[in-house]
Structures are given as structure tokens and as C-alpha cells.
Design a protein around this ligand. Structure first.
Ligand code: SAH
Length: 483
């Protein structure tokens, strides 16, 4: 096989990043956008000894899993979606299989156990009139740049690069994004506001962040700039506030030469510095810098599952010998702005939340206050430091007695939990551990540790928070083995 060869391949498998996999004379090819069952014509782009990468040139025979036409014309070029050309049902099957495969291979969870405990993936309802869910994201960050003709453009990065694919109407986002971007771009043209040039580290406007409260319909616009202010920003604010629902217009100052989008300083130019939204009946104030789940509809389903797996209602019936109800003590590690903590607090005796970002903890405390939730306390720090320290200090202060928790919930970033944390969790002997994960490979690794240290999986369920991408969330409920 040589570079630039054109081959015919049948796609037989799918890789973890959604790429199609096929073989030509025993030589494995990875073909982006190829779907299992397709017969395609592909051009070899890069060859290694045992495998190569090819570009899909033409679909000769489409798979049954392939949609006729992707809804977004940019679907193949843009780095945002990886599976848009696959039928939604097949996307869900792929995600469920990926979670299951990782749990078996990396986590060494027996297949028979998974057959018993794994529930079907929770998919999202289709958008009316379409055959898959779209417009589910409440947040979008559009890079601003210049095209070859010198026009100001907003859009998304092409896969693995920083070249901007102009697209103000992403089908995963809300439709108001387009009105906002058009308004910003017109304003920039009219007042000759420079775009930021990443390579030269010059110019002003880097990104536009938009957030939308699905329940409240409140809108936030934040311009990320390489400077202190935007010339004539009052005119921009005057125009943007005419968009119904506009609640917050801010600037984020980012003068660093970095890939990190947001700067740490936020300046208010109109309205208030946050928007409010609900998940279930809990209200959250969201500022430009705080982490907030991007798909509120699926998040509610995910949190309800976490709550169910935590088994908190079991305790409501649990009356102690003295006739006093024992309300459970719950830890929520990696709590962000307290989203899961406040959900749990409605059923728990006491909730302790731990999170590394100080601003998020400020938000968490505030969110507890505005919901009149008084049984949640929050700590800033690394989960793998805060919990072990709490455990040690408790023993010192209580004559060697062990700190106990009834339920521990974790929702770590992609890299999963550190072993020191998992060990302390096990030492605290909670009746249940609920693990919410956005990366099933690290989830599986951590499952191996927890299963080897006295816990067994009771229930597992993937939740599709990100239709058309390869990502999936997963929640696992574990129970302590009483030996
Ligand atoms: N449970 C929250 C947030 C989950 S995202 C929600 O559902 O909204 C993961 C969170 O972990 C982020 O807020 C991130 O800032 C935080 N984080 C990352 N590393 C951490 C660590 N070592 N200790 C505690 N929190 C951490």
C-alpha cells in the first residue's frame, strides 16, 4: 500500500473516535466518516507498517446505518460532530457497546455480570420533524477570525486544527446563536474592530461565548478579548439587548498566547454577570467561567439516575433503635457548581461537596442559598487531598474512630480518580458508591480497583449527553459487599 493509492473497502468496524475500520488484503485502514456496512472508495493519506489512514472519497454502497444526507452541510469538515452521518439508533448502539467493551476489557468486569446489571443506554428524543436530536447544547464558543478574502467569520475549528470553518448556525446549538453572531460580526465590520490573530498574537476579538437557559430562556453573551475593552462596546450592548431573553453581556479578558479560551477576569458591560437555569426543580446561577452541563435535558435524566443509584430513599424508611430517622451522609466529589450535590441534598441528611475551582465553589454556595438548601457544605481543593485529610483528621479528633459516609458520589474529569482517593473512599465504607463518568476507559480502570476492594457493580447505564459526537456519559451504582 502506498500513499495516494485509491482502494475499495468495506467498513467492518468502528474505532473509539468513531472512524470506520476496514481491511484491504489484510492491511487495516482507518477511514474517518466510514460507517460499518458501507463500501467506500478511499484514498491513502498516511501509511504505517501494519495500518494506514485513508480519506473517504465516495460511498459506493451505503450502509443501512447511514443517513441519506447529514442535517449540517459542514458535518464532515467540522471537528465538532463525528457521527452525524450515522443513524441515531446506531450512534446509541455504538456508545453502549463502547462502554460495555471498556468495562470488560479494561475493567475486567465479567460479561455475565454486565448482562445482569447493564441497562439500555438513555437516548435523547428526536427533534420534531427530524430523525435525531439536534439543538441540544446550551453553550457554544465560536472562534472569530478572518477568511482569505478578509471577511470576518465565526464558526468552528476543523478537526484537529485551528482553521475556522465558517458556521454561525451549528445544528447542535440553539438558533439564537446565529442572530447573536450576525449582530457581533456586523458591529465589528462597521466599527472596524479587529479580529484576533492567533499566530501573530495580535488583534482583539478571540471568541464569542453564548449560553442559553433552556428553562428560563435567559441569554448570556461573553466576548473573549485580547485587551481591556472593545471600542464602542456600548453600541454593541445596545444592539444585543434587543434580542429577546438577553440577560448578561460581558467581556472576558484573555491576553495570553494560549489555547485556553476564557481569561480569568470578567467585566460586565450590560445586565448582570450570570444567567439562571433549572435542572429539575433546582435553580442554578451560571457565570461565564463556571462549568455547567451542556445538555440540560439529558443532564436531568443523568442526575435522576445518580440519585436513584445512591439509594437515598432506602434511608427514609430506616428508623434507628431509638426511633430516630437516620438521614444519610453523602459526599459529592468533583462537584462543580454543586449541581449533583443540590440534587442529592433534597433526599440526604448532609451533603459535602468538593471541587478544585474556587469560583465554582462560590457558585455552589450561592446555589445552595438561592434554593434554601441548608444541608450542603462545600470545600475547595483536590478531591484526592481533601477526602484523605478529612479521614485522617477525623480519626485523630475522635480517638481513632473512622469517618463514615453512607454514599459517595464521584463525577471526575476524563482522567478519572486517583488511587489515593479511591482507597480513602473504600476506607470510609460507604454502603454505596455512585460513579458518574465522561470517559468509560478511566471509569473501567477505577471499577477494577473498587471491585477488587469490596464493592460490586449493582447497576450501569450510559446516558447520551452528546448526540452526534463519540462522547458519552455513564453512571455506575456500586454496593458494598458484606462478607
Ligand atoms: N459534578 C459536576 C461537575 C463535573 S465536571 C456537574 O455535574 O456539574 C468535573 C469537575 O471536577 C469540574 O468542575 C472540575 O473543575 C473538577 N475537578 C477537576 N479535577 C479535580 C480534582 N482533582 N479534585 C476536585 N475537583 C476536580
Amino acid at each position: 500500500m502506498n500513499k495516494n493509492d485509491i482502494v475499495q473497502v468495506k467498513i467492518e468496524d468502528i474505532g473509539v473516535n468513531g472512524e470506520g475500520i476496514g481491511k484491504v488484503d489484510g492491511y487495516t485502514l482507518f477511514i474517518k466518516d466510514g460507517i460499518i456496512g458501507d463500501v467506500v472508495e478511499a484514498k491513502l493519506m498516511k501509511t504505517k507498517k501494519n495500518y494506514g489512514y485513508a480519506r473517504l472519497m465516495k460511498v459506493l454502497q451505503p450502509s443501512d446505518d447511514r443517513v441519506k444526507e447529514p442535517v449540517c452541510a459542514m458535518a464532515r469538515k467540522c471537528g465538532g460532530c463525528q457521527l452525524q452521518e450515522m443513524r441515531y439508533k446506531s450512534q446509541l448502539a455504538f456508545k453502549e457497546k463502547k462502554v460495555r467493551g471498556n468495562l470488560m476489557r479494561i475493567g475486567e468486569v465479567p460479561e455475565e455480570l454486565l448482562d445482569q446489571v447493564m441497562e439500555p443506554i438513555v437516548g435523547m428524543e428526536e427533534t420534531e420533524g427530524l430523525d435525531a436530536p439536534y439543538h441540544y447544547r446550551n453553550k457554544a464558543q465560536f472562534p472569530i477570525g478572518m477568511d482569505k478574502e478578509g471577511n470576518i467569520v465565526a464558526g468552528f475549528y476543523a478537526g484537529r486544527t485551528h482553521s475556522i470553518i465558517p458556521n454561525t448556525d451549528c445544528v447542535l446549538g440553539v438558533s439564537v446563536n446565529e442572530d447573536i453572531l450576525t449582530c457581533v460580526i456586523h458591529f465589528m465590520k462597521e466599527y472596524h474592530v479587529p479580529v484576533y490573530d492567533e499566530t501573530a498574537h495580535k488583534g482583539l476579538v478571540r471568541h464569542v461565548l453564548i449560553r442559553y437557559g433552556f428553562t428560563t430562556k435567559e441569554i448570556m453573551v461573553c466576548l473573549v478579548i485580547n485587551g481591556e475593552k472593545v471600542p464602542h462596546q456600548e453600541v454593541l450592548a445596545e444592539r444585543l439587548r434587543k434580542i429577546p431573553g438577553m440577560t448578561s453581556i460581558t467581556l472576558s479578558i484573555n491576553k495570553e498566547k494560549t489555547n485556553v479560551i476564557m481569561g480569568n477576569e470578567i467585566k460586565l458591560i450590560w445586565g448582570q454577570s450570570f444567567i439562571t437555569d433549572y435542572i429539575g426543580n433546582v435553580k442554578y446561577q451560571i457565570s461565564p467561567l463556571s462549568f455547567y452541563q451542556v445538555n440540560p435535558v439529558q443532564t436531568e435524566k443523568l442526575y435522576n439516575l445518580a440519585l436513584e443509584y445512591a439509594g437515598l430513599s432506602d434511608y427514609a424508611e430506616d428508623v434507628s433503635a431509638a426511633g430516630v430517622r437516620q438521614k444519610p451522609v453523602v459526599w459529592d466529589l468533583y462537584c462543580g457548581i454543586g449541581t449533583i450535590s443540590l440534587f442529592l441534598a433534597q433526599k440526604a441528611g448532609q451533603v459535602y461537596g468538593v471541587e478544585i475551582v474556587p469560583q465554582a465553589i462560590e457558585d455552589a454556595k450561592n446555589n445552595a442559598r438561592i434554593n434554601r438548601i441548608r444541608n450542603a457544605e462545600f470545600y475547595v481543593g483536590k478531591a484526592e487531598e481533601v477526602l484523605p485529610k478529612y479521614y485522617e483528621d477525623y480519626a485523630k479528633e475522635h480517638g481513632g474512630q473512622k469517618a463514615h459516609a453512607d454514599v459517595i458520589v464521584v463525577d471526575p474529569p476524563r482522567k478519572g480518580c486517583e488511587e489515593t482517593l479511591l482507597q480513602t473512599m473504600v476506607d470510609m465504607e460507604p454502603e454505596r458508591i455512585v460513579y458518574v463518568s465522561c470517559d468509560s476507559a478511566t471509569l473501567a480502570r477505577d471499577m477494577k480497583f473498587l471491585r477488587g476492594n469490596g464493592y460490586e457493580i449493582e447497576r450501569v447505564r450510559a446516558v447520551d449527553q452528546f448526540p452526534h459526537t463519540v462522547h458519552t456519559e455513564c453512571v455506575v451504582g456500586m454496593q458494598r459487599k458484606h462478607i
